[in-house]
Structure formats: structure tokens, C-alpha cells
Design a binder for this molecule. Structure first.
Ligand code: 5GP
Ligand code: ZN
Length: 112
């Protein structure tokens, strides 16, 4: 499949891993927008938040169970922001569900 994040999962594209288990991978964003910028992805191809269903939502639950630990492990000790862009208006650029963890610094009050 021609998906950058599936290629990262397959080890075909290198990434800087922060955390991995049987369901999810967390790695540093290649173009960080904050001092800490980590992406957390499921180890199955879910195109976006729009494609979350009762059959695959356990991956999303697992991601959210692990985010506090991943954020602190990555260095976001003073707090963090979690974002998932879905679709064109949100400027989603990689069509594999992912959650941005941003922190390690004071973030702007407004997202938009
Ligand atoms: P989106 O815009 O879809 O919400 O976020 C996609 C993110 O993936 C962007 O922040 C972008 O910098 C990151 N990204 C794109 N390609 C790669 C890659 O090959 N490696 C890593 N580590 N991050 C990537
Ligand atoms: Zn994928």
C-alpha cells in the first residue's frame, strides 16, 4: 500500500521511535512544530478519524490510554496538546489515522 505511515510500520522508512507495542507506534514528527512533536499511529491502516468504527476503535482507545505516558516519555512534562486532522479542511496530509502530541514549550492559546 502506498501509505507513508504503513511504510514506517513496515520498517521501509526510518523513524525515531518513542514508544511501540503490539497495537501502536509513536515516533517523532519529521517536521516538528513544537519542541516535542510526536505522532501516534495504529498498527493497522485506518485512513482517518472518519473511518473509526466499532471494529477498530480499540486501537483508538489504546492510543488514548498510552498518550499520557508517551507524552512524558517524549519530554512533554509540563503539559501537551493532542490533535488529529481529518480531511481536506483540516489539512490532513497523511491518510493514516494519527494523533499529534505537541508540547515541551508554552503553546499558543488558539489552535486556529
Ligand atoms: P497531518 O498534516 O496529516 O495531520 O500530519 C502529518 C504529519 O506527518 C506532518 O506533521 C508531517 O511532518 C509528518 N510526516 C510526514 N511524512 C513523515 C515521515 O516520513 N516521517 C515522519 N517522522 N513524519 C512525517
Ligand atoms: Zn497506512
Amino acid at each position: 500500500m502506498d501509505c507513508i505511515f504503513c511504510k514506517i510500520l513496515a520498517g521501509e522508512i526510518p523513524s525515531t521511535k518513542v514508544y511501540e507495542d503490539e497495537m501502536i507506534l509513536a515516533f517523532r514528527d519529521i517536521n516538528p512544530e513544537a519542541k516535542v512533536h510526536v505522532l501516534v499511529i495504529p498498527k493497522i491502516h485506518i485512513p482517518s478519524m472518519d473511518a473509526v468504527t466499532a471494529e477498530n476503535s480499540a486501537y483508538v482507545t489504546h492510543i488514548f490510554e498510552k498518550i499520557p505516558m508517551i507524552a512524558k516519555e517524549a519530554g512533554a512534562t509540563g503539559g501537551y496538546r493532542v490533535i488529529s486532522n481529518c480531511g481536506a479542511d483540516a489539512a490532513q496530509s497523511v491518510p493514516h489515522l494519527h494523533f499529534h502530541i505537541l508540547g515541551g514549550q508554552q503553546l499558543p492559546t488558539h489552535i486556529v
